[in-house]
Design a binder for this molecule. Structure first.
Ligand SMILES: NC(=O)C1=CN([C@@H]2O[C@H](COP(=O)(O)OP(=O)(O)OC[C@H]3O[C@@H](n4cnc5c(N)ncnc54)[C@H](O)[C@@H]3O)[C@@H](O)[C@H]2O)C=CC1
Ligand SMILES: O=C(O)C(=O)COP(=O)(O)O
Length: 390
């Protein structure tokens, strides 16, 4: 049977062409088994009953109702690192645009395009657009994940003194970080020391408005803030005050809103971080592969709401995938139900992540609906997915 996929945003053809003949794209989300999405907000959407998975072709998942998806046994994927280089390059451009009035200079040339004497006049006018160099300046990187590490390493390569802060840095992230990046364990050190501060954390309750009045007060006068992560990481009203007083020299952001666009000292881009051919292709390819693997085998890789759990192709007649609350005796109850029904389990795998768990069980015979119903009745089970072996 053909599996239907709905795209909520345009997704690179590079990824879509990987879909085999077993798949087709549908315009109707209510018919879809899986959704591909970039930044479209899914919070107010009704999620179709037969929706198995959502793949975010990108990093941030604050546009997806994760708790709701978890309770419905909908696996949400993202594509870690697939657009990190694209964002890094825009951040470096942002730093250079903050250091020198490149935008002002370009505007001046546009405004004076009819001036016959432009060659002479620009030599008189250019001092208005003079700036500083980034070499030797201090950069604080908050969040050392896929993007933060790349930004930190690139800035160190450009001769900046780089300070990195991430209390949850992954082992992989730590391995990739240049030895020239100074590890900081107290965020205040970044606020107090740095000429440039760049944010590369997800939008969470714990990071919301992390750049606020209190944080800004600790910073050096004339600091540059770069926000290529998410709008709500910065308190707009506090930023406006800091820009007006000169505490912040420039606020570089990829997330303009009606308040931000009117602030002095703001240089904003329209969420362009991942808008490169390469990033769009990388994200689409990874997202499509994640979906196909999950839909065809039940194996989960790079999910943000369920644990990674991988099994080779089904060794039985039928594969059961159970989504449940992570609490004692769940596997025992699943095995008991199958044993009572005389069903053998030739292979199984169970993984947990925080408050949820996921179990793949192969059965060596067809599993009747009655058994699925019994599994669903176990307290804490969100969903049972049944897959027939080829
Ligand atoms: N402008 C754009 O187009 C794009 C923006 N983004 C944004 O950038 C964010 C980061 O992306 P990636 O680096 O790919 O994600 P990632 O998941 O690889 O890295 C995030 C890092 O932030 C760290 N972190 C979490 N809470 C923290 C805290 N309170 N203080 C310091 N560090 C903390 C985590 O430990 C992790 O290492 C995304 O969540 C998204 O919001 C991502 C891609 C494109
Ligand atoms: O990956 C992310 O988190 C991004 O912000 C990129 O968003 P986009 O895919 O360009 O709509």
């Amino acid at each position: 049977m053909t599996t239907r996929i709905h795209c909520l945003n345009p997704i690179s053809e590079h990824g879509l062409k990987l879909l085999t003949e077993d798949y087709e794209l549908t315009d109707k989300i209510e018919d879809a088994s899986a959704v591909l999405v970039r930044s479209a907000s899914m919070h107010e959407m009704e999620l179709p009953e037969n929706l198995e998975a959502i793949a975010r072709a990108g990093a941030g998942v604050n546009n997806i109702p994760l708790d709701k998806c978890t309770e419905k046994g909908i696996v949400v994927f993202n594509t870690p690192g697939a657009n990190a280089n694209g964002v890094k390059e825009l951040v470096i451009a942002g730093m250079l645009m903050a250091a020198r009035d490149i935008c002002g200079g370009i505007d001046w040339v546009r405004e004076n395009k009819e001036d016959e004497n432009i060659c002479k006049d620009m030599e008189k006018s250019k001092k208005k657009f003079a700036g500083t160099e980034i070499q030797g300046k201090r950069l604080g990187v908050i969040g050392l994940g896929a993007i933060g590490v790349e930004v930190a390493n690139a800035a160190a390569g450009l001769g900046m003194k780089v300070y990195g802060y991430d209390p949850f840095i992954s082992v992989n992230g730590a391995w990739q970080l240049s030895c020239f990046v100074k590890h900081v364990t107290d965020l205040n050190k970044i606020f107090e020391k740095c000429d440039y501060i760049t944010l590369h954390v997800p939008l969470l309750d714990s990071t919301r408005a992390m750049i606020n009045k209190e944080a800004l007060a600790k910073m050096k006068d004339g600091v540059v803030i770069l926000n290529y992560a998410r709008d709500l990481l910065v308190d707009d009203d506090d930023m406006l005050e800091a820009l007006k007083s000169g505490k912040v020299h420039r606020y570089m952001t990829d997330f303009p809103n009606p308040k931000v666009t009117h602030m002095p000292g703001v240089i904003a881009t329209p969420h362009l971080g991942a808008s490169t051919v390469e990033s769009e292709e990388n994200c689409a390819e990874m997202a499509v592969k994640e979906l196909m693997t999950y839909l065809e085998t039940g194996s989960i890789r790079n999910s943000v709401n369920y644990p990674s759990c991988e099994m080779p192709p089904c060794r039985g007649i039928c594969r059961l995938c159970v989504f449940n609350i992570n609490k004692p005796n769940m596997i025992g109850q699943f095995a008991s139900v199958l044993a009572e029904e005389g069903i053998n389990i030739p292979d199984m795998q169970n993984k947990s992540k925080g408050e949820v768990a996921y179990t793949i069980m192969d059965a060596d015979q067809e599993v009747p609906q009655r058994v699925i119903d019994r599994l669903m009745e176990i307290d804490g089970v969100y969903k049972v997915r049944v897959m027939k072996a080829e």
